[in-house]
Write a protein that binds this ligand. Sequence first.
Ligand code: P6P
Length: 336
Amino acid sequence: MYQIGTTLTQFILEEQRKHTGATGEFSCVLNDVALACKKIAALTSKGDLIGVLGSAGSENVQGEEQKKMDIITNDVMIEALSRGHAAALASEEMDEVYHLPGNVPRGHYLVTFDPLDGSSNMDVNVSVGTIFSIIKAPEGVENPTAADFMQLGTKQVAAGYCLYGPSAIMVLTTGKGVNMFTLDKDCGEFLLTREDVKIPADTKEFAINVSNQRYWEPPMQRYIGECLLGVEGPRGKDFNMRWVASMVAEIHRILTRGGIFIYPMDSKMKAAGKTGKLRLLYEANPMGFIVEQAGGMATTAYSRIMELQPTDLHQRVPVVMGSRNEVELVTGYHNA
Ligand code: P6P
């Protein structure tokens, strides 16, 4: 148990002390991420004042329009993680694996991240977030390649996000539960505000982009249809709906009060040769780790997300995650 108000730095160092023989490298990687998130929090809070909103006039490696803040925050993450504690980096905004500069010692951790998930919300002043996932680099590999990142989500040693909303909140798991740290801008520290967060097993709130309803597979049509029937329907209760179009905000709400977040496979994606909307390595896996550590469940609607074998840095997968009993119901419908 930690005292509310413990700084993230103190928390990380205290956790390190529990691992005899720890080199401190993992702690340094976490602190590098925390530094980047503090800088990004400062940038997102200034927005138009410093001219960081709007399109960059370019596309990312996946052909998606890049916002100025996609590029800016990607650079902030790279700069913070290039201090010699990581082995290599991969990001939504970069096609290839990023290797640290030659004059910097190599660490032993691989970090994947989405520097600003939901970045299009920046232009309308809605919450956005940084998502990150940390795995161990294979022993003895001097310059890790994309193949070294193709590890199961169960191999993650840490995952987290920083939500830039009314307050900036860092949510972190290292496999021993989920803790939340709120940024105190007066002292520049993330302070522990919620410890060992747990998701309620049941919910009355679903998050899905209903504009895609006509493309959904029948089991998803059935599930959402039953929710919409409310108390008169087979679920016997009324549901509420939320859709922020920012995964970090959705998952944070679910960690806070329960719920289910769904971005399903659909016929439109299939016709376009896509395998889903959200990216496995830096959205689905880290969020799946956090949700599971908080007692929730994370599947593709068919199988556990963290047991999917990655095949590509930017691989997309369907996502159903949140309150355990609700995710189990949806997954049961799809496997019936
Ligand atoms: P849509 C943001 O672009 C994102 O990757 C997730 O954060 C979010 O949940 C989803 O896409 C929103 O998708 O189709 O509603 O714009």
